[in-house]
Design a binder for this molecule. Structure first.
Ligand code: AMP
Length: 377
C-alpha cells in the first residue's frame, strides 16, 4: 500500500498526480481541463473523474492505493490540519461555500466522485488554509463590527498553506536546523502569490486574507488596495460588487499593469523598454519588499527569506528586484548564485550575508500525499 492519488480541482479543471510514496516517485501526472465548458472533454467534475480514471489505466493499482488526497481551498476556522473525509466533513466543506464560492463546490463534487470511485480507500482533505490557523488574533483580525466577525466569519484565513508548510520545512533542512529553531519569510510567487511569516515552523502572518485577493500583486489579482475603491467605482460607473470583485480577481495585477499575467512576458517587455511592463515589474517587486519589511517587524529576527513557485523559482530578475536595497537589514543576494539555473533547493545569498536567501521549489502534491499518509497511519 504505497500509492497515493492526489486530486486538485479548480472550478473548471482537475489536476491529478499518482505518487509511489515508497520511493517518492511520480507514476502519472495529468490535468483534465475545460470541465463544463462547451467543447470541453467533461460536462462536470464527476465525468472529469471518469476521465482521470481512464487516463490512469495501467498505472493505478487499486490494491496498492493507500489514500486519495484532496486539496481543498477553504477550511474556514474549523480545519486546522489534514482530515479524514466522511459525510460530516463533506457537510462542513459545504457550509464553507460562502467563503469560497468558486472553489469549494468544485472540490466537493470531486470528493463525492472520488468516494464513489474508491469506496474502500481512505480519502483525506488537505486545506489550503490549515497551516495559517496558528495566526494569533492580532494578525487575523480585521477591525470591523463584531457582527461581521462573529456571524459572517470575516477574518484573515490565508491560502497557499500547503506550499508554505512544505517550503518552510525544506528551507529549515537546507539551513541544517530544526524547523522549531528558525524564523523565515516565505514568498510564494506563482500565478497567485502570497507571503508568509513563519516562526518556529508555524505561520504567524500571511498576506492573503479572507479571500486570496489581498496582499501581493499577482498575475490577475490586484492584491492590497483601499477597500473604499469598490464603492467609488460603483458610484462612478454603476458597476456592482460582483463585477468589481471579478475585475479585481481576473483582470487586474500584472495583466492590468503590463498587458500579460505571465511574468516571463513582463520581464521580456520591460527589458525591451516597455514602460508599462517596467511599472508592472517594479510595483510587483516593491509590494513584495514591503511585506518583507512588515514580516521582519512581526518576527523580530529572521534566519531566511525563501522564494518559491513559478516566478520565485525561475525569475532571477524578480528575486533581485524584491530584495533590492535591503542590504542594511542583512538581506542580500549574490548575482552569480541568483543567475544560476537549477531545479534544486539552493542558497542565493552571498557567504557573508547575515540572513540566508533561498530558492526552494514547492511541491504541494508531495506535501498532500505525506499529510494524507501520516494521518491514516
Ligand atoms: P505557478 O502558479 O507556481 O505555477 O506559477 C506560474 C507562473 O510562473 C506563470 O504565470 C509564469 O509567469 C511564472 N513563470 C514560470 N517560469 C518563469 C520564468 N522563467 N520567469 C518568470 N516567470 C516564470
Amino acid at each position: 500500500m504505497n500509492q497515493v492519488l492526489v486530486l486538485n480541482s479548480g472550478s473548471s479543471s482537475i489536476k491529478y498526480q499518482l505518487l509511489d510514496m515508497a520511493d517518492r516517485r511520480r507514476l502519472a501526472v495529468g490535468i483534465v481541463e475545460r470541465i463544463g465548458e462547451s467543447g470541453g472533454s467533461a460536462p462536470d467534475h464527476a465525468a472529469g473523474m471518469r476521465t482521470v480514471l481512464s487516463e490512469l489505466e495501467g498505472e493505478l493499482d487499486r490494491s496498492a492505493l493507500a489514500a486519495v488526497g484532496h486539496r481543498v481551498v477553504h477550511g474556514g476556522d474549523r480545519f486546522r490540519g489534514p482530515t479524514r473525509i466522511d459525510d460530516e466533513v463533506c457537510a462542513a466543506i459545504k457550509e464553507l461555500i460562502p467563503l469560497a464560492p468558486l472553489h469549494n463546490p468544485a472540490n466537493l463534487t470531486l470528493i463525492e466522485a472520488a468516494r464513489e470511485a474508491f469506496p474502500d480507500t481512505p480519502q483525506v482533505a488537505v486545506f489550503d488554509t490549515a497551516f495559517h490557523q496558528t495566526l494569533p488574533a492580532p494578525a487575523y483580525t480585521y477591525a470591523v463590527p463584531a457582527e461581521w466577525r462573529d456571524d459572517l466569519g470575516v477574518r484573515r484565513y490565508g491560502f497557499h498553506g500547503t506550499s508554505h508548510q512544505y517550503v518552510s520545512r525544506r528551507a529549515a533542512e537546507l539551513l541544517g536546523r530544526r524547523p522549531e529553531e528558525v524564523n523565515m519569510i516565505v514568498l510564494h510567487l506563482g500565478n497567485g502569490a502570497s507571503a508568509c511569516a513563519v516562526r518556529g515552523g508555524k505561520s504567524v502572518d500571511t498576506s492573503m486574507g479572507m479571500t486570496p485577493l489581498e496582499g501581493l500583486i499577482m498575475g490577475t489579482r490586484s492584491g492590497d488596495l483601499d477597500p473604499a475603491i469598490s464603492a467609488y467605482i460603483a458610484r462612478r460607473t454603476g458597476r456592482g460588487a460582483e463585477e468589481t470583485d471579478l475585475t479585481l480577481n481576473k483582470s487586474s495585477g500584472l495583466l492590468a499593469l503590463g498587458g500579460s499575467n505571465d511574468m516571463r512576458d513582463i520581464v521580456a517587455a520591460a527589458e525591451k523598454g516597455d514602460e508599462n511592463a517596467r511599472l508592472a515589474l517594479d510595483a510587483y517587486c516593491y509590494r513584495a519588499r514591503k511585506y518583507i519589511g512588515a514580516y521582519l517587524a512581526a518576527l523580530g529576527r529572521i534566519d531566511a527569506v525563501v522564494f518559491t513557485a513559478g516566478v520565485g523559482e525561475n525569475s532571477a530578475e524578480v528575486r533581485a528586484g524584491v530584495v533590492a536595497g535591503l542590504d542594511h537589514l542583512g538581506i542580500a543576494i549574490s548575482p552569480k548564485r541568483n543567475a544560476a539555473k537549477s531545479k534544486e533547493a539552493r542558497y542565493i545569498s552571498p557567504y557573508w550575508a547575515e540572513t540566508a536567501v533561498l530558492v526552494v521549489p514547492t511541491d504541494e502534491e508531495i506535501e498532500i500525499a505525506d499529510q494524507a499518509l501520516a494521518l491514516i497511519g
